[in-house]
Design a protein around this ligand. Structure first.
Ligand SMILES: NC(=O)c1ccc[n+]([C@@H]2O[C@H](COP(=O)([O-])OP(=O)(O)OC[C@H]3O[C@@H](n4cnc5c(N)ncnc54)[C@H](OP(=O)(O)O)[C@@H]3O)[C@@H](O)[C@H]2O)c1
Ligand SMILES: [Zn+2]
Length: 341
């Protein structure tokens, strides 16, 4: 099959488009012909990080968000050969204490890391990870929502319990995860303040649902967020940027405020005054993807048009390096998706 892969970590130049053997579905797995695969920042981390080379299969095919057509089923399934399907990329272990009580898995794995992902003509995955693709959702849209909508839903609903009456500040709002958070927060009816890097991005973020946008490259974000909330501060901060934003995140929270964090795009290290956490009674929630039930909820909301993924741009599979370049250069607003024809 045709696939885009890398044999060693490195820059964009290590991505190759070539022929690899088509996977065979093991017992309990489905073989799906990929029609579209969404990009995530994770794909960049996997390609660049020297340490990953020891723990991921090489040559490695990235890609966690897959939509396609069922080609072969090895086991019992309600899916049928020829059916259009979408993948839930969060694979629970099924055995940890939390899995046993149907809560978010402690050891959840993400599709496309330890196994081969969707930058390819075919993928295999456990039968239970695939769902029928809603008819009114295109393959491109179906590959643009799973990971980021699941994570944003789990963050804002499952962990931070964001309420309609509350204000949420969203860092990285132009990214795949952040633009999904804007959609989820809007669906919940909360007030959204989005971080933008430019006037143009601020305008586009308002178009996709932000109530206000703060230009973090020019403005003092803490002062701006407080002045937009009558000096009180925001109820919830949606974090995925990390090191560069962490101090501002805590400073812009009102007492009893919550931070929900799923990533550290700008670096892992943060310092903080610990007394501030208890004096102002703040809560910090770390999160990784979400549960099967949350995926099913998000799928239903996408199917009924209540949540709509923001598509930045599509590329052909063989243009994957160009697609990743767009993400690395931060030119995107929303999801970048590869089409597999
Ligand atoms: N825990 C989980 O389950 C989970 C799931 C999905 C994603 N993630 C993590 O979430 C993060 C975002 O992923 P993604 O796929 O959405 O990536 P993405 O599309 O590249 O979005 C990243 C965003 O971060 C913003 N950003 C980067 N550096 C910044 C800085 N110094 N200050 C302020 N904003 C900055 C950028 O906004 P501007 O362009 O406006 O600067 C960009 O839009 C990654 O760290 C990823 O690993 C975690
Ligand atoms: Zn588990």
């Amino acid at each position: 099959m045709k696939a885009v892969f890398f044999e060693k970590p490195g820059g964009l130049e290590v991505l190759q488009c070539g022929e690899l053997s088509t996977p065979k579905p093991q017992k309990g797995e489905v073989l799906v012909r990929v029609r579209a695969c969404g990009l995530n920042r994770l794909d960049i981390w996997l390609r660049e990080d020297q340490d990953n080379a020891r723990s991921i299969p090489m040559p490695h095919i990235s890609g966690s968000d897959v939509a396609g057509i069922v080609e072969e089923i090895n086991g019992e399934s309600f899916l049928k050969v020829g059916q259009e399907a979408v993948l839930n990329p969060a694979i629970p272990c099924g055995a940890c204490p939390r899995c046993k009580i149907r809560q978010a898995c402690e050891l959840v794995k993400i599709f496309g890391v330890k196994n081969q992902g969707g930058y390819a003509e075919y993928v295999t995955a456990p039968i239970s990870q695939f769902y029928p693709k809603p008819n009114n959702v295109s393959f491109i849209e179906a590959a643009a929502f799973p990971l980021t909508f699941l994570t944003a839903w789990h963050m804002l609903v499952g962990r931070a319990n964001l309420q309609k009456s509350e204000t949420v500040f969203i860092w990285g709002a132009s990214g795949g995860l952040g633009s999904s958070a804007v959609q989820v927060a809007k669906h919940l009816g909360a007030r959204i303040i989005a971080a933008a890097k430019s006037e143009d991005e601020a305008r586009r973020l308002r178009e996709i649902g932000a109530d206000e946008a703060v230009i973090y490259t020019k403005e003092n974000v803490e002062i701006a967020a407080k002045s937009l909330t009558d000096g009180l501060g925001v109820d919830v901060v949606f974090e995925s940027v990390g090191e560069k934003t962490w101090n501002i995140t805590l400073a812009m929270l009102r007492p009893f405020g919550r931070v929900v964090i799923a990533g550290t795009t700008s670096g892992d290290m943060g310092t903080q005054d610990l007394s501030d956490i208890y004096v102002r009674q703040l809560s910090i929630f770390g999160t990784r993807m979400g549960t099967k039930e949350e995926f099913e909820k998000v799928l239903e909301l996408v199917a009924t048009g209540k949540l709509k993924p923001i598509i930045d741009k599509t590329f052909l599979l063989q243009e994957a390096a160009e697609a990743q370049r767009r993400m690395v250069e931060g030119k995107h607003l929303g999801k970048i998706v590869l089409e597999v024809r």
